[in-house]
Design a protein around this ligand. Structure first.
Ligand SMILES: [Mg+2]
Length: 137
């Protein structure tokens, strides 16, 4: 029996893929952001997880993300990752941005209905830094 599951649209670079050196000619060079596979396990039967990224517009991009994630998940399982014993992983890779209940992205602003929000000035927007490029100090 299939029940309706709210879609969560998940960005790839900087969210699943560490992406700590920015765009490198399309190469997926980093590691999985710690905790992603554990989080994914909690979504089983509760959320529909759809990965959508700027890489999604080409088949090569989709295949590369899927292959990399598969390899990373196998490594995670080998290292003792606590996955569901029988149910396969359900994660979709979309060509186009899916209609989503919520989007998880490292470069987004959660709009609160106020265009006068100081965080939305051009200066504030231009000063934005994603989590993985902020210095610790
Ligand atoms: Mg991103």
């Amino acid at each position: 029996m299939s029940e309706f599951l709210p879609t969560v649209c998940v960005d790839f670079d900087g969210v699943i893929h560490s992406y700590d050196k920015g765009w490198q000619n399309g190469v997926i060079y980093g590691h999985v952001v710690p905790g992603f596979f554990e989080w994914l396990e909690t979504t089983r039967g509760k959320l529909k997880v759809v990965v959508y990224s700027s890489r999604s517009k080409t088949n090569d991009g989709l295949v590369a993300m899927g292959r990399w994630l598969h390899e990373q998940r196998n490594a995670w399982i080998k290292a003792g990752g606590n996955r569901h014993p029988t149910e396969p992983l359900e994660i979709e890779f979309a060509h186009e941005k899916p209609p989503a209940f919520l989007t998880i992205d490292d470069r987004a602003f959660c709009f609160q209905g106020n265009w006068a929000d100081p965080a939305l000035t051009p200066e504030a927007i231009k000063a934005f830094r994603p989590w993985n490029t902020r210095s610790a100090s």
